[in-house]
Design a protein around this ligand. Structure first.
Ligand code: ZN
Length: 146
């Protein structure tokens, strides 16, 4: 495993849309996931999108209270009308913290690290992190939420 360099705004790669992963079990994607997890852990962040390390493929990792999450080709299938404002930071925007309004609850479909289709319901901080990271896959940063 190796730690990857996290791209910092205004790197143009951060603003590009990522493409779907065609083969989740490929060695490239499997190594990418391990390296992203290592990078996230070292940086003490809670979420990381592949675009943040310069790979324009739809992969995100999250780490909350020592639980690790991997989502390949994630998409939000439903989101609560009820929203919540909370302060967010981003590893690609050091020192910047903004109040961002997000849905309190979401449902996400994705593919897991083993290549299986998964559906999850997320609320609270996990819902927020997933919305933040899925935004990254669409080239959207917290500074775009205005
Ligand atoms: Zn971010």
């Amino acid at each position: 495993m190796s730690t990857l360099r996290i791209l910092i705004y205004p790197d143009p790669v951060l603003c590009k849309k990522c493409v779907e992963v065609s083969d989740p079990s490929s060695p490239f994607i499997q190594r990418l996931i391990l390296n992203m997890q290592e990078t996230l852990k070292k940086s003490k962040g809670i979420g990381l999108a592949a675009s943040q390390i310069g790979v324009n493929q739809k992969v995100i990792v999250a780490r909350l209270w020592k639980d690790e999450y991997v989502f390949i080709n994630p998409h939000i299938t439903s989101q609560s009308r009820e929203k919540e404002v909370s302060e967010e930071g981003c590893l690609s925007l050091p020192g910047i913290y903004l109040n961002i309004k997000r849905s309190k609850k979401i449902r996400v479909k994705a593919i897991n690290q083993e290549g299986k289709k998964i559906k999850i319901k997320a609320k609270g901080l996990l819902a927020r992190v997933l919305q933040h990271e899925i935004d990254h896959l669409d080239g959207i940063l917290i500074t775009d939420h205005r």
